[in-house]
Write a protein that binds this ligand. Structure first.
Ligand code: F6P
Length: 324
């Protein structure tokens, strides 16, 4: 299958490594004689016709930069069929014959609608710090976000120890606990509170007090953020009101979304960007580039449109055993 002109956009929350994927898409396309148009600010920018022609130097010196040079958005209008039809008209008018979407499961659902309703060729590249897309073991940005979380917790541990304090450190991930689990294991956290589990305050208090009884003077509790950020404050109040335990709250928030991508994110994003273009050339769509058994492959888009929580039980057990 030959395409003369493709579009690329980022959608949803940004993630470190998105720029590496954009670079790989643009360079692979140009290598194969395909023109590339960058679409600014995701589906919202597409609807407003925010286009940027991409050449070799538009993606120079971006491999190390966090965020996305194309910028991104969460687009409410995309839920409506008439706006998706409008987007297809806009792309056709621009000469764009296929679209590569870097984003999460919501963005992939938006891409699926383009294919289902208009047979518009789409390929997805998973980019979200949450690592919560079905059908792939890995999403671009997760490794960097975990590393940022680890560095933050290490710093908090210094001061927690000095002052003999308990800290509730809330990490991003919305309904996925992937970041919380990995940061928790890698920082030796005393407890990890998962997003889908009801907090057992009694157990939490018992754990903190057991630690104190054996001479620990500080505790780090990693809290997965859940549907809305800030639930650590509720836990803090319960610990104080019911158990007379003082805990400090640190919410890492968007600090985890920025920063220079790790080696792993750069490498996976480069492979995925390259494969996304190759996949279009080979005529395999609608598809998503995925990691399975550690290898970058492509999979049908329909396998990657829901949320998933990887390694849940396995990591949880590890964390519990090591924090005894
Ligand atoms: O999906 C990525 C993510 O960073 C989640 O971890 C977080 O809950 C959410 O985005 C925050 O979204 P926003 O930047 O739109 O507030």
């Amino acid at each position: 299958m030959s395409f003369a002109h493709i579009g690329i956009l980022c959608s949803g929350g940004d993630a470190p490594g998105m720029n590496c994927a954009i670079r790989a898409v643009v360079r692979t396309a140009i290598y194969n004689g395909i023109k590339v148009t960058g679409i600014k600010r995701g589906y919202a920018g597409l609807l407003r016709g925010e286009f940027q022609p991409m050449n070799l130097s538009s993606v120079g010196n971006i491999i190390q930069r966090g965020g996305t040079i194309l910028q991104t958005s969460r687009c409410a209008e995309w839920q409506k069929k008439e706006f998706r039809a409008k987007a297809v008209d806009i792309m056709k008018h621009q000469g764009i014959e296929a679209l590569i979407i870097i984003g999460g499961d919501g963005s992939f659902n938006g891409a699926k609608a383009l294919w289902d309703e208009h047979r518009f060729p789409v390929v997805g590249i998973p980019g979200t710090i949450d690592n919560d897309i079905s059908g792939t073991e890995y999403t671009i940005g997760f490794d960097t976000a975990v590393q940022t979380g680890i560095e933050a917790v290490d710093r908090i541990r210094d001061t927690a120890h000095s002052h003999a304090r308990t800290f509730l450190v809330e990490v991003m991930g919305r309904n996925s606990s992937a970041i919380a689990l990995k940061v928790g294991v890698c920082t030796g956290a005393e407890n990890i509170l998962l997003s889908h589990e009801k907090v057992n305050h009694q157990k939490l208090s018992d754990d903190i007090q057991r630690g104190m009884a054996r001479g620990k003077d500080s505790s780090i509790i990693i809290v997965a953020e859940g549907p809305t950020a800030g639930r650590s404050y509720d836990i803090q109040h319960v610990l104080k009101d019911l158990f007379h335990l003082e805990a400090h709250v640190a919410i890492l928030g968007h600090i985890q979304r920025g920063g220079s991508p790790s080696a792993n994110d750069r490498f996976v994003a480069s492979q995925m960007g390259n494969m996304a273009v190759q996949t279009l050339i080979d005529g395999h769509f609608p598809t998503v580039t995925v990691v399975r058994a550690g290898k970058v492959l492509m999979a049908p888009l329909s396998e990657c449109i829901t949320k998933s929580d990887h390694n849940f039980v396995e990591y949880q057990k590890l964390a519990e055993t090591l924090s005894i």
